[in-house]
Design a protein around this ligand. Structure first.
Ligand SMILES: [Zn+2]
Length: 392
């Protein structure tokens, strides 16, 4: 497959500049993943590495279950080359979403495809503290037992503020405060573990889907409101691991009291429970679906509640986007059938608050994958941590 010369030059520079095997392994894996069927000779040509070096790198990647041989390609005169591809099912990733009720888990392959799904048995309860830990461990055990390939890593997306080592500094919904989940899981399973905020994991997945993006923000409207921020191609965790905590920015001076202790937070108008309560619906009993709610209370009240939520999200995003020059906003509402109105309001509000010419350049869209977003994201987190690459 053709590759533009800039990309080829970049790879060449990358491969020769860092003269380390690890970096060359990453470059090789990324190249084959990006381009599909590729020969060793083609890898050598694009990276500037010797044929012998490429053969050795490819040998190690095949041995580790990451690449596989596809068969013979067409000859350009001489012996036909053996084509290589990502070995999608060569490794399993255990992915867990602790923001979902019940907790959800899945086995994900290297291409990001989910091939086994398990929900925890807690449909009507929301476990907290030690019980939440126990339920998560059971879920991981069940998935490992179902895996058909060596597990590359365990990826966990959880609500709250989580540091890069996997300590949950603050997760009100799970009643975890300074809980070292990472160490607990590593000790228990002896498998590498990647843990991050659920919106951050979701942002990694959306970034993975968009090869041309460098700066992206994903906004998750669920039980809380949170964002994941990708800056210059990497997940931005911030100084205190609290990047993306936009849910507690005050947007209303006379607003409702928030669970954080302040009042008028974005979460008090734009979280799904807040939207439902505004409509007189019970977030624990009524469906998280705008169409179903319209059937219950009428179109107009639903439209007004969604407009208000979208407007306030746009208000906060305007500041973020103006400060960081983000190119792409991805919205992930857990309320079904609400994206169109929300996006329209966000766009209008941002346009009225920042340079319109800048606002017009920003792409705003809803995620395409719905309820699996955090699972897919947690798998992306494992790929980044374990292999150092974003496999597209
Ligand atoms: Zn708050």
């Amino acid at each position: 497959m053709a590759v533009d010369s800039n990309q080829s030059d970049r790879r060449h520079a990358k491969a020769t500049r860092h003269d380390s095997r690890r970096s060359n392994l990453r470059t090789t894996l990324e190249l084959v993943s990006d381009q599909g069927a590729t020969s060793r000779a083609e890898i050598a040509r694009q990276t500037g590495l010797s044929r012998a070096a490429v053969s050795s790198l490819v040998g190690e990647l095949i041995e580790n279950g990451l690449l596989r041989e596809l068969g013979q390609g067409t000859s350009a005169g001489g012996k036909p080359p053996t084509l290589l591809a990502l070995n999608e099912r060569g490794r399993d990733i255990v992915a867990i979403d602790l923001g979902h009720r019940p907790f959800r888990g899945a086995l994900v392959d290297l291409s990001g495809r989910i091939h086994e799904r398990v929900d925890a048995d807690q449909a009507n309860t929301a476990p907290v503290g030690a019980k939440a830990h126990e339920v998560a461990v059971d879920l991981i055990e069940t998935l490992i037992a179902k895996s058909t390939a060596p597990v590359l890593g365990i990826g966990v997306g959880a609500p709250g503020v989580i540091n890069p080592e996997g300590t949950v500094l603050e997760a009100t919904n799970l009643d975890w405060h300074g809980f070292d989940l990472g160490t607990e899981l590593r000790r228990r399973f002896d498998i590498p573990v990647s843990i991050a905020n659920d919106a951050a994991m979701a942002a990694l997945f959306e970034f993975r889907r968009r090869p041309t993006d460098r700066n992206l923000i994903l906004v998750k409207l669920g039980r809380g409101v949170g964002a994941g921020v990708i800056l210059n191609g990497t997940l931005h965790r911030g100084e205190h691991s609290a990047a993306g905590e936009i849910g507690h920015v005050r947007v209303k001076d006379d607003g409702d009291t928030c669970r954080c202790g302040n009042s008028g937070c974005l979460e008090t108008v734009a979280s799904v429970p807040a939207i439902l309560r505004r409509l007189g619906a019970d977030p624990e009993r009524h469906p998280w679906d705008a169409l179903a709610l319209a059937g219950l209370v009428g179109d107009e009240p639903v439209r007004r509640a969604l407009s208000e939520a979208g407007r306030h999200v746009g208000m906060v995003l305007a500041n973020v986007v103006a400060t960081l020059d983000i190119g792409h906003v991805v919205l992930a509402p857990e309320l079904l059938n609400a994206s169109d109105i929300l996006i329209e309001e966000i766009r209008n509000e941002m346009r009225s608050r920042i340079l319109p010419a800048t606002a017009d350049l920003i792409e705003i869209e809803a995620t395409q994958i719905g309820a699996d977003l955090v699972l897919a994201g947690a798998a992306s987190g494992v790929l980044v941590d374990r292999l150092g690459v974003v496999l597209r």
